[in-house]
Design a protein around this ligand. Structure first.
Ligand code: ADP
Ligand code: MG
Length: 507
């Protein structure tokens, strides 16, 4: 079994987008099945409250929401900027100052589906920590057993040593349950660590900065594999960390196990990031050998795109507010406009703004000012609410009403529901279009006629329109994209998975 592959499978489902030909029309075909239950593809609805409200009010609301709109021309411009930032990250002269770091990984080969064996994996993503046992059958089939553990907030921002101790404790608990602990076998362990790292080998990587709400002390600039292995040894666990990869790389690899045309890995979860297979001659920062295959997977760390103000022209006051009150102001600007950790908060800030401008919840003014309600509290509007609201079709707004009830708005009017849904749609559409523009840059750059993109992350998985909006946009940006969504690629034997949806932190 290839070591490159060890850490590549901590994913319970993979979705792929396939580029079929170089130009022409956009074709979408869906070959996935049951996982889409609850995923309703709604026909685009017009903002229908215009019938009911005073036209001037609507104009004012539209004006607020106009700041979120990004035209096709603007997106093409953003694609050009991203290309420039990618070149800066890949050049040894500019890498240090570059915002999009374009880290070379040590992964040169993708799997071919024949790899076999039992492997353990840890997946530290930002929202959940997952421990997995992976059984590779050798015929492109994989079986997973996994358990999700929550990382308490106190550990996320505490001493780094405690973080790794906690990870080792969870691993021990899982191995005990699976009868693997002290079995006499030392299991190879892959570590999917989804934070920006400068990789120094397959099993050696230094954290460059924490993101997504983590800020443990004593970890930045340290080798995280070493820190993990020390904690594993301290606990006397029979496992050895043999590889560390970013979640984007893990997703690409897991998808490649099924589909050899996979060349891009994309994450749309707590954060957002992408990786792709690049020719070595384009990687100025490469310091390894130039043997075949003359390619390496690049972990872009595209969440930091815009950290040098180059996306200033598209940022709104809501984006600025999200950024200022985050744990890492000025950092991860692209991520903060796209990913699950921030989307709900952007929506909340817009709702509050409209409320304060007396454009929303007009019939309920007497009940406002209850600052204890989630509406008034940072993180009070979960990103999963955006999905729920956008699942409503027609005029009942039963989901939207439920969500509004949850954030402390009782008996909203039809207009209120329409406006809230409109806000959610604009925010998620902007995010999907930005991600689509990034994807289009990669598809164009790879330039092959058949490219599969592995995608993972709850935002992509559960939001009812993200996928379609992103594909539309990347289809426009790239000459042609044919999209294939595959679901339920892997068997899941984990009842804890449901929890993913119910836990969110916004900093
Ligand atoms: P991680 O990024 O830690 O690997 P996930 O891929 O599960 O974890 O992503 C978690 C993020 O997904 C959270 O920020 C959460 O807000 C978001 N999320 C969870 N459920 C949904 C949903 N139903 N719709 C949209 N976003 C969701
Ligand atoms: Mg993840």
């Amino acid at each position: 079994m290839s070591l490159d592959f060890v850490q590549t499978l901590p994913y319970d489902s993979i979705t792929s987008i396939v580029r079929k030909a170089a130009y022409g029309l956009v074709t979408t075909c869906i070959i996935g099945t049951a996982v889409y239950a609850g995923y309703r593809v709604a026909a685009p609805e017009k903002y229908s409250n215009k019938r009911h409200r005073h036209p001037e009010l609507n104009d004012q609301i539209e004006k607020v929401l106009d700041s979120l709109k990004i035209s096709d021309e603007q997106l093409i411009h953003i694609m050009h900027i991203l290309e420039e930032e990618m070149s800066a990250g890949l050049s040894p002269i500019t890498h240090k100052q570059a915002t999009v770091k374009m880290f070379p990984t040590y992964v040169r080969n993708i799997p071919n589906g024949t790899e076999m064996g039992h492997v353990l994996a840890l997946d530290l993503g930002g929202t959940n920590f997952r421990v997995l046992l992976i059984d590779l059958h050798g015929n492109s089939k994989i079986e997973l057993t996994s358990k999700i553990f929550v990382i308490p907030q106190s550990i996320m921002i505490g001493d780094g040593k405690n973080l790794f101790r906690h990870l080792a404790e969870c691993l021990a608990e899982f191995m005990k349950k699976e009868n693997l602990l002290h079995s006499g076998i030392c299991y190879p362990l892959g570590f999917t660590f989804s934070f920006p790292c400068k990789q120094e080998g397959l099993a050696s990587a230094r954290l460059t900065a924490w993101t997504k709400g983590f800020s443990c002390s004593g970890v930045v600039n340290e080798d995280v594999v070493k820190l993990l292995q020390e904690a594993i040894v301290e606990k006397g666990i029979n496992a050895k960390c043999v590889a560390l990869v970013n979640d984007t790389v893990g997703t690409l690899m897991a998808c490649a196990y099924k589909d050899p045309s996979t060349a891009i890995g994309l994450i749309l979860g707590t954060g957002t990031n992408a990786c792709y297979i690049e020719n070595l001659d384009k990687v100025g920062t490469w310091n390894g050998d130039y043997n075949e295959p003359k390619q390496v997977i690049i972990n872009m760390e595209w969440g930091a795109f815009g950290d040098n103000s180059r996306l200033k022209h598209i940022r709104t006051k809501y984006d600025q507010e999200v950024d200022i009150s985050s744990i890492n102001p000025g950092k991860q600007i692209f991520e903060k406009m796209i990913s699950g950790m921030y989307m709900g908060e952007i929506v909340r800030l817009i709702i509050l703004d409209l409320l304060q401008q007396e454009l929303l919840f007009l019939g309920h003014r007497d009940t406002y000012g209850d600052y204890k309600t989630p509406l008034y509290n940072r993180g009070g509007f979960y990103t999963k609410f955006v999905s729920t609201v956008e699942t409503d079709e027609g005029i009942q707004f039963s989901n939207t009403r439920r969500v509004l009830e949850d954030i402390g708005i009782h008996n909203p009017t039809f207009d209120d529901c329409t406006i809230v849904q409109h806000i959610c749609r604009q925010v998620s559409k902007r995010a999907a279009r930005l991600a689509g523009a990034g994807l289009a840059v990669l598809i164009n750059r790879i330039g092959k006629s058949n490219i599969t993109v592995g995608v993972d992350g709850s935002l992509y998985r559960y939001h009812p329109r993200f996928k379609r909006n992103m594909e539309r946009c990347s289809g426009k940006g790239a000459a042609m994209v044919a999209c294939v969504a595959e679901r339920n690629l892997f068997k899941i034997s984990d009842e804890h998975d449901k929890e993913t949806n119910d836990y969110e932190t916004v900093n």
